[in-house]
Each structure stands twice: as C-alpha cells, then as structure tokens.
Design a protein around this ligand. Structure first.
Ligand SMILES: C[S@@+](CC[C@H](N)C(=O)[O-])C[C@H]1O[C@@H](n2cnc3c(N)ncnc32)[C@H](O)[C@@H]1O
Length: 320
C-alpha cells in the first residue's frame, strides 16, 4: 500500500524502505500509546512495565510492517535501513527518529513474541522498581565496627565528630569538612558505642574535642560511664580564622571512672597547655600519648578511632 502522506515519500524511499500504509500504522501506534497495558505491583513497577510494553508494542507494530528496520541504525553508516528511514518514518508518525529506534530496540532486546517479551519486561520492571525503592531509603550511617572484647584502664579517643552547619568556624571547616576523608559520627551514634564495656571499674578516658562540640562531648562522657575531671589544651600554633575568634586550640578532656587519679610516683605535673604545631589533618601529636603514658604507666591502653598501630597499645578504628 502507498501512503497518502506524500511529502516525505521520496526521502522515505531514499532511506531504503518501501512506504506502506503509514496512516494505518500511525493510527495503530497512537492507539497503542493511549491504551497502555499491563498491571503490576507498585507504581514504579507498573509504570515501568506499562511503559516498556507500550514501547515494545509500538516497535513490534513497526517491525511487522518494516522488518528490515530491526537492523537499522539511527546514524548513517549502519547496515540495512539507514538514518534517513528512521527520520522519515518518525516524521510520518509524529515522533523523533530516536523514539522509533528505542521502540525497535525494545523488541530487539525482549524478543519478537509477546509471550517471551512481556514476562521479561516484567522481570526488568521488578528490578528497576527495587532499585528505585532502595534509592528512596534514607542513607544509613556506616555500620559501626565491633569494639574489642578486652577491658582497659586507659582509653584514648579521637572521635570522627560530625559537625552541623551551625557549628561552623574555620578551624572546623578546615579540619573536619574540607580535609575529611573519613566517615563522621553523630553525637547519638558516638553515645551508643558501648565504650563502657571496655572500661575497667577504675579507669581513665582521654577524649579529644574541638570547641564547638565541647558541650555535646559531656553527653558522650556520660554515656560512656565516665566523669569529667579536667582538660589539657593543645595550642596548635597555627591559627584558623573562626566566626568569633581565631581558633588555634583543641581540648583533651580527662575523665575518670571509679577512682583513678595518677599515682603519686608517676605524677610529674605537666603543663595544662601544650604547644605543638599541628601537622596533617586530624593528626594528634604523639606528645599527648607520652603524657598519658607518663601519668598512667604500665596500664592496659586502648586507642579508639586510631589510624595506626602503636607498640604497647591496642587500637580500634576503621583506618588502622
Ligand atoms: C579524628 S580521626 C582520628 C585521628 C587520629 N587520632 C590521628 O591522630 O591520626 C577519626 C578516625 O575515626 C575513624 N572512623 C570513622 N567512623 C568510624 C567507625 N564507624 N568505626 C571506626 N572508626 C571510624 C575515621 O576513619 C578516622 O580514622
């Protein structure tokens, strides 16, 4: 049959196809598209299923008329039907050449018979819907590694604090946002860590914290079963501009459980302000570990959120 839609007949023929009854084809394609078919569980699955089945039916309808289009390419240079045919047919049907190509690709992918194609499409729709549902899930915090089983009298912790925008000052921005390459933990996540199970009845916790989170750090001390006693200030020498002041210090909080003041023999009163120029992001100077060992010699030590192993210490952290 020859189309009544004459204007592009020449180019259509030049594209390599005999022009059949385009008006019937166009009517059928429009009908398929307005119909939609299928059913399924969930809006995404149903929508995907209907959409793909509709594409398949449109493609199949065209291939019934022009089987040679199965081999066609939208871009010039393909075997068989070339770009011109896709463009011409698209123009006749009021669709783009890429749309026609996608319909035909759908038939090529799922097969020529409805019995094969529709169940395969349904399977794909299921997978797509599952992926969509997964994407909608709120991102869960990274799974927290189990703490070791042992008991320790000295616990040294430098948590990966999570800062909210309200806490921002330049010190935080540089040290914990821009330069951060590790996951951070919220206050509730840190509180939930069963550090209390690691601590002997009489023990000490040395906890690093920056000024903006000083207040929240007391919740953690409490949750971990310790009592705040005093602090050491680390003067980092290099300044960071802040919202209120130019920040160049962090706190090392000293907290105990039971009775655990340093023994008098060990006690050499260290200066509560330690001046050590900061180096790379988050790295705490070894001078503080030396102070801990001096205050509490020959104890069972563990470093939490450690980044490297140290002789005489147990370590826990996802980067060790
Ligand atoms: C502030 S850094 C510790 C820096 C260390 N004190 C130093 O001087 O190099 C915090 C560390 O906690 C680790 N961390 C983050 N989330 C963790 C998690 N859920 N479990 C274990 N370690 C985690 C980070 O990968 C990072 O190594």
């Amino acid at each position: 049959m020859v189309s009544t839609l004459q204007p592009s007949t020449d180019s259509f023929l030049r594209g390599g196809l005999e022009l059949n009854d385009i008006s019937t084809l166009k009517h059928d394609i429009d009908a398929i598209q307005s119909e939609g078919i299928g059913s399924g569980r969930g809006a995404v699955k149903t929508g995907t299923y209907i959409g793909k089945c509709t594409m398949w039916r449109c493609g199949k309808r065209i291939l019934d008329e022009y089987p040679e289009m199965a081999e066609g390419k939208v871009h010039r240079g393909g075997r068989g039907v070339d770009a011109l045919s896709f463009r011409s047919l698209g123009r006749e049907l009021g669709r783009s050449d890429m749309t026609i190509k996608r319909w035909i690709d759908t038939v090529n992918k799922y097969g020529q018979s409805e019995e094969d194609a529709f169940p395969a499409i349904e399977e794909d729709a299921e997978i797509i819907a599952d992926k969509w549902v997964e994407k909608q899930q709120p991102k869960l915090p990274p799974p927290v590694m189990a703490l070791p089983d042992g008991k320790y009298s000295v616990i040294y912790a430098d948590p990966p604090w999570k800062y909210t925008s309200g806490d921002q000052h330049t010190d935080v921005t540089q040290d914990t946002v821009i330069g951060t390459h590790y996951q951070s933990m919220t206050i509730p996540e840190l509180c939930a860590l069963p550090v209390i199970d690691l601590a002997t009845d009489n023990s000490v916790l040395f906890l690093w914290v920056t000024s903006p989170l000083l207040d929240e750090s007391f919740d953690i001390i409490d949750a971990w079963g310790f009592e705040y006693k005093t602090s050491i200030v680390w003067d980092k020498v290099k300044h960071n501009v802040g919202n209120y002041v130019s920040v160049r210090h962090e706190f090392l909080l000293i907290c105990t459980r039971g009775s655990f003041t340093p023994t008098m023999e060990a006690l050499k009163l260290e200066d509560s302000v330690q001046v050590v120029e900061r180096t790379e992001h988050s790295t705490k100077p070894e001078a503080f570990r030396a102070i801990i060992e001096m205050l509490y010699p020959d104890e069972k030590y563990i470093e939490l959120f450690a980044r490297r192993r140290v002789d005489g210490w147990d370590t826990w952290g996802d980067e060790v």
